[in-house]
Design a protein around this ligand. Structure first.
Ligand code: PLP
Length: 507
């Protein structure tokens, strides 16, 4: 493909994507395909001869699009949102065009320096403590990771290495493997699966401590666990707290956790994958309480802030702790500007060596929307969730199972779990809206999350009407079934009476 053809294909693809996003409400949010549908449609081997882009684009529409779950549809209400915006798409196209692998400053100075700039912009926008800024005097700073899972793993691995070094200094008589065998980490039983996975990958058990009735993890639970483990000879390393849990968007009590972590030299990481964007809103200032005492935190721009996947911001109070832990050098990776302040070699801050130019889409998105536009987008999500919450509250057949938090409403049909379960099954079969279920203390509930690039109040009304009419018809069916069951048992009773009469007559 030459540049001329690339222009034609690229322009046609941009038109295709713009048409798709503009008309996304035309599609059912869930695809109507069975497992293996695409495997049957595509050849088993790649084509030997080149094919024309027009044919390929038409196949995207014919075979790929029907198998897409439309995450950008305003009828998507499952998981947490994943953002897309036009400026961010353009940023990704341009980054792909430059095609750089910016693992050190010299590998593309613009990649590193733009990341430093946007991470400081973002830290200020979110009103994070100033020690997280690159421009601050201290060793803090921000980096863009691919996902929250990677950010958490980086924090867990760095905390582990720091703890091992500290222990070796204090107890030189102990071998490294002895020390590693005693390490232990903590999180809440409400935290995302990626936290537990980080423990598996780091070969360090992560204890999932019981959150309170309100699903919040507090210092008291951590204190009890640490004291018990220290008494048993274990070495506490890190606590991963969550601001905005995956199930109900509960906020752990960072202040009380920080007090315990400080006493025991335990690294405190905050996973604010979804809720982090709300730090920017004055009405959510409470969420920032205690962040001045944490060692690191992460937040996904690809969830709530209109930057395309993947883009997870991570800040470190002392980046040297990560750099020291991960620094493995080779002569070919060195350059003469290494070690200068404000031009970090981000390869030491992450798991892979190579790194994408993610800062470009962030910069283009921030400039196109401005801080105002980003705040307005998050407030729109919150307002739409309030609209949905009010609809739930006004219908006595439903109940909320947790307070609404940002763009998430957790609710269920009153009564036993079967009704909620069958309601979701019907909704999934109809494919008009997509929600997922969750469970808390034996109660099944549905998570309704505001998603999509441009959700509107009419979309919420649409979803609500889908939910409540399906509950109405489910209840009606259940009543018919109950009546039929009643009639059947009456008939059986009657028949057995007749049989008895017949037997008596015969005798
Ligand atoms: N943490 C929380 C609180 C989440 O809700 C999620 C995903 O929704 C994750 C972590 C995982 O995010 P990622 O897919 O970026 O690893």
């Amino acid at each position: 493909m030459d540049a001329k053809e690339f222009r034609e294909f690229g322009k046609a693809a941009v038109d295709y994507v713009a048409d798709y996003l503009e008309n996304i409400r035309e599609h059912d949010v869930l695809p109507a395909v069975d497992p293996g549908y695409l495997l049957q449609l595509l050849p088993k081997q790649m084509p030997e001869a080149p094919e024309a882009w027009r044919e390929i684009l038409s196949d995207v529409d014919r075979v790929i699009r029907p198998g897409i779950t439309h995450w950008q549809s305003p009828n998507m209400h499952a998981y947490y949102p994943t953002s897309v915006s036009y400026p961010s798409i353009v940023g990704d196209i341009m980054a792909n065009g430059f095609g750089i692998i910016g693992f050190s400053w010299i590998c593309s100075p613009a990649c590193t320096e733009l990341e430093v700039v946007v991470m400081d912009w973002l830290a200020k926008f979110l009103k994070l403590p100033s020690h997280f800024l690159h421009e601050s005097e201290g060793p803090g700073g921000g980096v863009i990771q691919g996902s929250a899972s990677e950010a958490v793993l980086v924090a867990v691995l760095a905390a582990r290495e720091q703890a091992v070094r500290r222990e070796r200094e204090c107890h030189p008589e102990q071998s490294e493997s002895e020390i590693r065998g005693k390490l232990i980490a903590y999180s809440s039983d409400q935290s995302n699966s990626c936290i537990e996975k980080a423990g598996v990958l780091a070969a360090m058990p992560i204890k999932l401590l019981p959150a309170g009735e309100d699903l919040v993890l507090r210092g008291a639970a951590l204190k009890e666990a640490i004291e018990r483990d220290v008494a048993a000879g274990l070495i506490p390393v890190i606590c991963v707290a969550t601001l905005g849990t995956t199930g109900t968007c509960a906020y752990d009590d960072i202040e009380s956790l920080a007090s315990i972590c400080e006493q025991h030299q335990v690294w405190l990481h905050v996973d604010a994958a979804y809720a982090g964007g709300a730090f920017a809103l004055d009405e959510c200032a409470e969420l920032r309480r205690g962040l001045d005492r944490v060692d690191s935190l992460n937040f996904n721009l690809h969830k709530f802030m209109l930057v395309n996947f993947d883009c997870s911001a991570m800040w470190l109070r002392d980046a040297n702790k990560v750099i020291d832990s991960f620094n493995v050098d080779r002569i070919y990776l060195k350059h003469k500007h290494e070690g200068q302040t404000q031009i970090p070699d981000f390869r030491h801050w992450q798991i892979p060596l190579g790194r994408r130019f993610r800062a470009l889409k962030v910069w283009i998105t921030f400039r196109t929307l401005g801080a105002q536009g980003l705040r307005a987008h998050m407030r729109k999500h919150i307002d739409l969730a309030i609209q949905f919450e009010n609809l739930v509250k006004a219908d006595e057949r439903f109940e909320l199972v947790a307070p609404r938090a940002l763009g998430l409403v957790c609710f269920r049909a009153k009564g036993d779990n079967e009704v909620t379960s069958q309601l979701l099954q019907r909704l999934m079969e109809r494919k008009k809206i997509y929600m997922v279920k969750a469970e808390h203390r034996g109660q099944l509930f549905l998570r309704f999350v505001i998603c999509g690039m441009d959700p509107k109040p009419s979309d919420i009304q649409f979803a609500w009407s889908e939910i409540e009419t399906q509950l109405t018809s489910l209840c009606a069916e259940q009543q018919v079934n109950a009546r039929k069951a009643g009639e059947l048992s009456e008939l059986t009773h009657h028949l057995s009476g007749l049989q008895l009469t017949n037997e008596t007559l015969q005798r």
